[in-house]
Design a protein around this ligand. Structure first.
Ligand SMILES: Nc1ncnc2c1ncn2[C@@H]1O[C@H](COP(=O)(O)OP(=O)(O)OP(=O)(O)O)[C@@H](O)[C@H]1O
Length: 238
């Protein structure tokens, strides 16, 4: 079967509610390997909910989710092996150092977990000089950088980024700007929820916008109407 016939992610009719209130209504999404998708929408439109459903962190009330052709709702382990979400919470072990945090993940994944194996990842995200400090002593941006290092270690096929610029400084923005094309060039699928439509348009191929949980717009990321977001990053250095 050709690669094109099996999308990396295929969601159909996803619905999710919190109590009586629907946060996602009949959302369809298709993403190919090597594609970056910008997910836009006002606060509360359902972006984080959709990413969490795609990552297997939240169960949809209705709908189907196939990841590389595998039913992700039935086979949640397969889903979690293929998909990783960088969300709002960093899910770190705060009493451990950054290096120890990565070691825990590396051991879980059966990957090399020596200092020399993992330090380059911390270097890549710019926190190697604090590798041995406990994470509870980290700033918000440093925790976010550690979450990126963990994501790189996980090396999933499908990368979900929820507001990737949040808490980062200008060098951090540049890290995100180079990370997304690097991931897609390696054949990964990237779905980015962001209010930064200008950056998203530069980095992503397809644009989707949610409005009150429904898919309200789909097209080229560069043509996404600014009514769905439109922040620019203060202090962005060319
Ligand atoms: N844990 C929760 N319990 C109840 N309602 C929730 C919960 N999480 C989200 N919601 C509701 O679901 C809707 C979608 O929220 P969601 O966080 O997915 O939006 P979002 O587009 O990511 O917003 P933002 O841009 O502010 O991050 C909102 O109406 C929100 O109030």
């Amino acid at each position: 079967m050709s690669e094109k016939s099996i999308p990396a992610v295929e969601a159909k009719g996803l619905c999710r509610r919190y109590g009586r209130s629907w946060a996602l209504v009949d959302v369809d999404l298709r993403a190919e390997a090597g594609q970056a998708i910008l997910l836009a929408g006002r606060n509360g439109s359902g972006k984080s909910t959709l990413l969490r459903v795609l990552a297997g962190a939240l169960k949809p009330d209705r709908g189907a989710l196939l990841v590389n052709g595998v039913d992700g709702l039935r086979d949640r382990q397969a889903l979690r092996q293929r998909v990783a979400l960088l969300g709002h919470a960093s899910y770190t072990y705060d009493a451990l150092s950054a290096l120890q945090n990565l070691q825990v993940v590396a051991r879980m994944l059966g990957r090399p977990s020596g200092r020399r194996d993992l330090l380059p990842l911390l270097e890549e995200v710019g926190i190697d000089s604090r590798a041995d400090d406990p994470v509870h002593a980290y700033s918000a941006g440093m925790r976010r950088r550690l979450a990126f290092a963990r994501l790189l270690l996980q090396d999933p096929d499908i990368v979900l980024l929820d507001e990737p610029y949040a808490q980062l400084d200008p060098p951090g923005f540049r890290f995100v700007d180079t990370l997304i094309p690097r991931l897609t060039a390696a054949g990964k699928t990237v779905i980015v929820a962001s209010h930064h439509l200008e950056e998203g348009a530069r980095l992503c191929h397809v644009g989707l916008a949610l409005e009150r949980g429904r898919l309200a717009w789909k097209g080229l990321a560069s043509e996404l109407p600014s009514s769905f977001g439109g922040l620019s990053i203060p202090g962005q250095v060319a």
